[in-house]
Design a binder for this molecule. Structure first.
Ligand code: GAR
Length: 205
């Protein structure tokens, strides 16, 4: 069985949706570690309550380079059985860009969720970007992580309509509800080995 590591920075609602769905739907993957780069991330307590081990690797004030920081993450993942061969890493609101070394070592084993229909509105404040742009639809993307920002092969997307007069908060709330469906679905597809990568595309069997 694959081992799952989840990286968070805050609320952890996507992490919670993944953990719940693994239990409920018997997804063939074992969550072995949740790592936060912030000691006060709310998601840490949720993970502990759900019986998943947690670790904090504080990024604030870290003196080394990005790749030195990521070495600590890699070491925590490895210790908990989340290896490139036998693991999956989910970025779930992990608000850091990861180093090329980390991406290379865990090639096609790191996935991320983004609150927009990529390639539209990458980077920060995706929901605000969609509202400000006047997009009629936005949504959710779950994708593999490559060396760019929000550029890797797309596993799945879900569409959310942008209503007239939507605020960033209102849209973000509706997008989040879809995120909680999309991320567990993508983890299930990966765990069942149904995601094949072909160039920058994925084929789901
Ligand atoms: C989610 O909306 C996620 O899509 C977003 O951060 C939020 C984390 O919420 N991620 C990004 O914007 C990454 N570019 P959560 O901690 O409750 O899962």
């Amino acid at each position: 069985m694959l081992n799952l590591g989840i990286l968070i920075s805050g609320r952890g609602s996507n992490m919670e949706a993944i953990l719940k769905s693994i239990k409920r739907k018997k997804i063939p993957i074992k969550p072995t570690i949740v790592i936060s780069n912030k000691a006060d991330a709310k998601g840490l307590k949720i993970a502990q309550k759900m019986g998943v081990k947690t670790e904090v690797i504080e990024s604030k004030g870290f003196k080394g380079s990005r790749s030195e920081y990521d070495k600590k993450i890699i070491s925590a993942l490895t210790k908990n059985g989340v290896t490139p061969k036998n693991g999956l890493v989910c970025l779930a609101g992990f608000m850091r860009i990861i180093s090329p070394e980390f991406v290379k070592k865990y090639k096609n084993k790191i996935i991320n969720i983004h609150p927009a229909l990529l390639p539209a509105f990458p980077g920060l404040d995706a929901q605000k970007q969609a509202v400000d742009y006047g997009a009629k639809f936005s949504g959710v993307t779950v994708h593999f992580v490559d060396s760019g920002v929000d550029t890797g092969p797309i596993i799945l997307q879900k569409v959310v309509k942008v209503n007239d007069g939507d605020t960033e908060e209102a849209l973000a709330k509706r997008i989040l509800a879809k995120e909680h469906q999309a991320y567990p679905e993508a983890v299930k597809l990966f765990a069942e080995k149904r995601v094949k990568i072909s160039g920058r595309k994925t084929v789901i069997s």
